[in-house]
Write a protein that binds this ligand. Structure first.
Ligand code: FA5
Length: 351
């Protein structure tokens, strides 16, 4: 019996040599000291011995139990020390090592331009508003002096919203359209009934167009000022101020007579090309100038549609493309505006 107990201690010693972590140690403890473990089964065998033998074997059994318990306690201490050491190694920080910079993102160049344009106009008291991106025909065309079937509507190459089950695309203000320009803000702003109006509306707009200077989705910013005594001189002053603030003092602006149904007189606003420095014959511009957008004095019919009296108040409006405005600023970096929407990080990271 004595020998069996000694063997048990040796077996436990060997098992402990292979132990590397708490889980393995627990398994060894259960194997040797558990209720159904090796020691417990040897103890059961003691019942078959004579009283004299039981006394001796019982003593040896107790010593064996103590010995195994000590061995396991020692192994536990060793594992705890090793765990503490790896935790300390893991948490060690070299405060002298150079910092690791996080990968910083930034706003898309169009979002940056929108922010900048908003800031430039905020400086001269223009309030930022947001007219709907999908709007009724009345606000997009009819209230802007373009009655249904008027040929001027063709210029806008508009996407109309299709009627679907449970979704009306036609109402008392006409059909729903994906706005092809931001001028729908004009009558919406007048309807609020508060003067003076000095607003800027920047939004996404949509047309059936795609080439180096057109994208099917683009952004416009629409400015509108209405009050008593507003003249063309105010319009010119605001456009000059914007050109100088946004593009810098060496870029030039020019007004060309034009026709819009909702302004009279109307102008096309051009800025000298940044890609070729105004020399012309480049892929982007026509003869050194690039069209930024339209402008003009608000047509009396539009004032009336917005509930205002053209005898008492007057105003001006302008609508420009954000993408084109950015191209004009950045010059040679963008020779095809469609790249702005290709999600090519090599391009976007340059801004
Ligand atoms: C208009 O959209 C008028 N609503 C502007 C206006 C507002 C005139 C207020 C008078 C008073 P136009 O169709 O010219 O005008 O477009 C204005 C500008 O939007 C263009 O000059 C150009 O800069 C930009 N633009 C037009 N179509 C696209 C396109 N497909 N992709 C990128 N930019 C475009």
């Amino acid at each position: 019996m004595q020998e069996t107990f000694t063997q048990l201690i040796e077996q436990c010693k060997d098992a402990l040599k292979a132990v590397r972590d708490r889980a393995a140690l627990e398994a060894v403890e259960i194997k040797f000291l558990g209720r159904k473990g090796e020691l417990a089964s040897l103890m059961k065998q003691l019942a078959t011995l004579s009283d004299e033998e039981k006394k001796i074997a019982g003593k040896v059994a107790n010593e064996t139990k103590e010995k195994i318990e000590q061995m396991i306690a020692k192994a536990k201490e060793k594992i705890a020390r090793e765990e503490e050491k790896t935790r300390a190694d893991r948490e060690w920080v070299d405060v002298t090592a150079p910092g690791v910079f996080p990968n910083e993102g930034h706003l898309h160049p169009i979002s940056q331009a929108i922010q900048e344009i908003t800031d430039v106009f905020a400086q001269i008291g223009f309030v930022s508003v947001r007219a709907p991106e999908i709007d009724w025909d009345w606000y997009v065309f009819e209230s802007l002096n373009m009655p249904p079937d008027h040929p001027a509507r063709d210029d806008w190459e508009t996407f109309f919203i299709a009627e679907t089950k449970g979704q009306k695309a036609r109402g008392e203000k006409g059909r729903l359209v994906l706005t092809p320009h931001t001028s729908n803000a004009q009558v919406r702003e007048m309807e609020k009934g508060k003067l003076p109006i000095r607003m800027i509306n920047i939004n996404r707009t949509y047309r059936r167009q795609s080439d180096p200077s057109h994208t099917p989705m683009f952004h416009q910013f629409e400015g509108l000022v209405i009050d008593e005594g507003i003249t063309i001189a105010h319009l010119k002053g605001v456009l000059d101020y914007f050109a100088k603030s946004f593009f810098g003092p060496d870029r030039q602006i020019r007004l060309r007579p034009h026709h819009f149904r909702f302004t009279e007189p109307s102008f096309e606003v051009d800025i000298s090309c940044g890609a070729c420095g105004g020399k012309g014959a480049c892929r982007i511009c026509k003869a050194g100038w690039l069209e930024l957008g339209g402008a003009g004095m608000v047509h009396p019919n539009v004032l009336k549609a917005g509930g205002l009296d053209p005898e008492k108040v007057s105003g001006f409006a302008f609508g420009w493309g954000v993408e084109r405005t950015l191209v004009m600023k950045e010059g040679t970096k963008i020779d095809d505006i469609r790249i702005l929407y290709k999600n090519d990080l090599r391009f976007i990271k340059q801004f």
